[in-house]
Design a protein around this ligand. Structure first.
Ligand code: GRF
Length: 224
């Protein structure tokens, strides 16, 4: 039995994606150990979920280290002490300094609630509705210094329905996001995903497009 992948999850708020990872791991569906949940918000609800699950937590208030680069360096120094293999940004609402990201290239992913490269940044649901899009979704990508701009691994799609508002769209997307993130972490833990200089590889073959995830437990669509 290979050793489970040690995962550190970074959050800023509710932590529903974290809860999905915890649940999938407990049900034996993810060969991972969640070694740490870290947050830039001391009051983040997700920290309470982690504590309830017996997972070590770390909260570092940016006001304690006002210089951004110094804060990021200290945060990553403390995270590295838990020896994670993979960092998962799941609702972590802070842009990270490129200096701390560099050593983690290919080992740090983010989930973003849009079909990237559309709508990096905030208010993605509102922007998709205002643009008159028919499709919306979420994406998982490797993190680089460019905001929501790193190489794409996978996405999930939902239809925008007449009468949708940002809240209804976000609510319908959320369970799909959870499945998407669990799938991506599973594939990485199984060693099926690799970030190389020329892009993302899945099962040893280059991905021309991000994989598309449907229900939890299904194989991805668009495998090379
Ligand atoms: C999710 O929509 C995620 O895609 C975005 O922030 C939200 C976090 O939700 N990056 P939660 O904290 O996991 O419930």
């Amino acid at each position: 039995m290979p050793k489970p992948l040690r995962v550190a999850v970074l959050i800023s708020g509710r932590g529903s994606n974290l809860q999905a990872l915890i649940a999938a791991q407990r049900e034996g569906r993810l060969p991972i150990e969640i070694a740490l949940v870290a947050s830039n918000k001391v009051a983040a609800q997700g920290l309470r979920h982690a504590e309830a699950a017996g997972i070590p937590t770390l909260a570092l208030d940016p006001r304690s280290i006002p210089d951004r680069a110094s804060y990021d360096a200290e945060l990553f120094r403390r995270i590295t002490a838990y020896a994670p293999d993979l960092l998962v940004l799941a609702g972590f609402m802070r842009v990270l300094d490129g200096t701390v990201l560099a050593p983690w290239a290919g080992r740090i992913i983010n989930i973003h609630p849009s079909l990237l490269p559309k709508y990096p940044g905030l208010h993605t649901h509102q922007r998709a509705i205002e643009a008159g899009d028919h499709l919306h979704g979420a994406s998982v990508h490797f993190v680089t210094a460019e905001l929501d701009g790193g190489p794409l691994l996978a996405c999930c799609e939902i239809a925008i329905q007449p009468g949708d508002d940002p809240d209804s769209l976000a609510a319908r997307l959320l369970p799909q996001e959870h499945a998407l993130l669990c799938h991506c972490v599973q594939w990485i833990a199984e060693g099926r995903v690799e970030l190389r200089d020329d892009g993302v590889y899945f099962d040893g073959l280059p991905l021309e497009h991000p994989l598309r995830v449907a229900a939890w437990g299904s194989e991805p669509v668009g495998c090379p």
